[in-house]
Design a binder for this molecule. Structure first.
Ligand code: GTP
Ligand code: MG
Length: 218
């Protein structure tokens, strides 16, 4: 099978090659998804608390893969897709509080079998649009019958509020093909500031509640 993957990368005109590659990314998604579920359950077991509110996984559609290759200026080939498209397999972790995001990022970084290839912290450095999220590109070894293959998975970690904002912004971006009227972009930016304020307030409220609980339990 490892051989089959290598052949698939070279022999991209073949529909079977495409299937082999998608099989690999699906396996990577399962590995990372299960790993994160276990970490979340362990955290619940030890601290009676879930850092992950929910997990979404997805495989990029062939249409978006081809579109992205074009946007990057590469020809459509399986070799280019494996090399240049980092988010074929994507996992999104939705948390309640910003502190959960960094806790999760640290837990992921400490997993011996995951290699962290890059990190983009759009919480400390939000995008021009107002987008906030913590992105990690990792690779996970997929153990096939004749050896392992490192496979890339993009992990996006954000709060419920950040996710709410990002899905609306994404919808608007597509609707206007990136050219939204000025007042819409401005109001979205205002919403992004409100999201940050909400996240900060919810976090400090939660911290206060936790210390209150600790006092009454003494
Ligand atoms: P892409 O080529 O768009 O993937 O960008 P990149 O490879 O430089 O990676 P980046 O970390 O900037 O973005 C990766 C993903 O984050 C995107 O595919 C989106 O899912 C999400 N994202 C990035 N910027 C925005 C944004 O402004 N709004 C929304 N809604 N999502 C964003
Ligand atoms: Mg990307």
């Amino acid at each position: 099978m490892q051989r089959a993957v290598e052949d698939a990368i070279k022999n991209y005109e073949n529909v079977d090659s495409w299937k082999t590659i998608i099989f690999l990314y699906n396996a990577a998604l399962k590995e990372v998804g299960t790993k994160l579920e276990i970490l979340n359950e362990e955290f619940q077991h030890v601290h009676q608390y879930n850092p992950i509110e929910h997990i979404k996984t997805r495989i990029k559609t062939p249409e978006s893969i081809v579109k992205k290759l074009h946007r990057y200026g590469y020809e459509t080939s399986i070799e280019n897709m494996v090399k240049y498209i980092n988010d074929i397999a994507g996992v999104r972790l939705i948390c309640s509080f910003t502190s959960d995001i960094y806790r999760l990022a640290e837990m992921i970084g400490n997993q011996d079998d995951l290699k962290v290839l890059s990190i983009k912290d759009y919480i400390k450095n939000p995008k021009e649009s107002g987008y906030k999220s913590y992105h990690m590109l990792v690779s996970v070894p997929i153990f096939l019958s004749d050896g392992p293959i490192d496979t890339k998975v993009e992990i996006q970690i954000r709060t419920i509020a950040m996710d709410f904002w990002a899905s609306l912004e994404h919808k608007i971006y597509y609707k206007f093909e990136g050219n939204a009227p000025e007042h819409i972009s401005r109001e979205l930016k205002e919403c992004a500031d409100m999201v940050s304020e909400l996240d900060d307030k919810m976090l400090s409220l939660n911290e206060e509640i936790l210390t209150f609980k600790a006092v009454t339990e003494e």
